[in-house]
Design a protein. Structure first.
Lengths: 87, 250
């Protein structure tokens, strides 16, 4: 299968982020450390088929955020997120 | 204190099926009574969790079709032949059944009357669902913001909400709908009969100079093609919001 067809939007991650954060997170803005572009999480590219969730920059495809969960515990890796503006 | 924090997050709620409407041979609307529902915005979705008798759980996201101005929650679901949840929701669910859901979810792919327009909507298949919530909200709120829907379906029978869309355009309050049928067309069809492309969007979308707010929803490849074509035509990428369904389209 063409890998690009697996891509969805940051919207698709809203449920999982809603388990962790009190604020609505698809409107939260994230700055990419790779290209410097700032976008709402809802606009970024998401890959949700892997065991974890990978959020990539919609401009340069750098990995912004990796989320894995197991047994009620969440691991969030903010790879190339320079900052995250919430609320 | 901890309880307040938890209440602020997403909790699973119960929704009772009060009515089921067959929209097309593969699509059904599920009308739910969710006592704990606190309202939503047009374009948001819910997560639905189904639990089998052996405890196995499947969780999927579905767009909300009903406008915020209505007290019943409507999910419109397309049956995917290889799906885990949608065949149950479309074929097995009965009136009176109770399902688990959480939401509303999302705040980015959302349109409200106060956001303004012109409102440009591009739908592929069941990608119409969140966009229909926007059109329904537009009508219910009395907005006269120009709205144009460019809607790609496989065949005439596969057009979801066809009659309601006709009624919305008949109100003559600024809604236009342009259909394209990609696989089969009925005799005498004089509309578009191909996949959405840049040429079609150049002819049908609001011009870039009118700076429409744009929402595109459908399978990933559809959304990619439509959003790239609009940017190519000179539309601002930042005014285009997308919701990709992934490879299967819903």
């Amino acid at each position: 299968m063409d890998e690009t067809n697996l891509m969805v939007d940051g919207n698709a991650v809203a449920g999982v982020l809603g388990e962790v954060f009190v604020h609505e997170m698809t409107s939260a803005r994230v700055a990419c450390n790779g290209c410097g572009e700032i976008e709402p999480i809802g606009a970024e590219h998401a890959y949700v088929q892997a065991p974890g969730i990978v959020l990539r920059c919609c401009h340069c495809e750098e990995v912004l955020l990796v989320i894995t969960q197991r047994g009620g515990r969440y691991l969030l890796g903010f790879k190339e997120s320079r900052w995250l503006q919430i609320g | 204190m901890a309880r307040t924090a938890v209440l602020g997050r997403l909790n699973w709620k119960l929704g009772e099926v009060v009515e089921l409407i067959d929209e097309t041979p593969r699509v059904r609307s599920i009308i739910l009574d969710v006592p704990e529902w606190t309202g939503h915005r047009a374009g948001q979705h819910v997560d639905v969790r189904l639990t089998a008798e052996d405890g196995y759980q499947a969780q999927r996201s579905y767009s909300i079709a009903s406008p915020p101005d209505q007290n019943r929650l409507i999910l419109t679901v397309e049956r995917l032949s290889d799906g885990e949840a949608s065949p149950y929701l479309v074929d097995e669910l009965r009136q009176g059944d109770v399902i688990e859901l959480r939401g509303p979810i999302g705040g980015y792919f959302v349109w409200e009357a106060r956001i303004g327009g012109p409102l440009l909507l591009v739908a592929g298949g069941s990608g119409i669902v969140p966009l229909m919530a926007m059109l329904r909200h537009r009508a219910a709120s009395g907005s006269t913001e120009p709205a144009r829907l460019i809607y790609s379906s496989r065949s005439f029978e596969d057009i979801i909400f066809r009659e309601e869309l006709e009624r919305l355009t008949a109100r003559s309050d600024g809604v236009e709908v342009i259909h394209t049928l990609t696989r089969t067309q009925p005799p005498g069809w004089n509309g578009y009969a191909r996949r959405i492309d840049a040429r079609m969007l150049a002819d049908t979308a609001f011009p870039p100079a009118s700076r429409p707010v744009t929402y595109i929803c459908g399978p990933t490849s559809f959304v990619e093609a439509a959003s790239r074509a609009l940017v190519l035509l000179g539309h601002e990428a930042k005014r285009i919001r997308t919701e990709r369904f992934g490879p299967t389209g819903g």
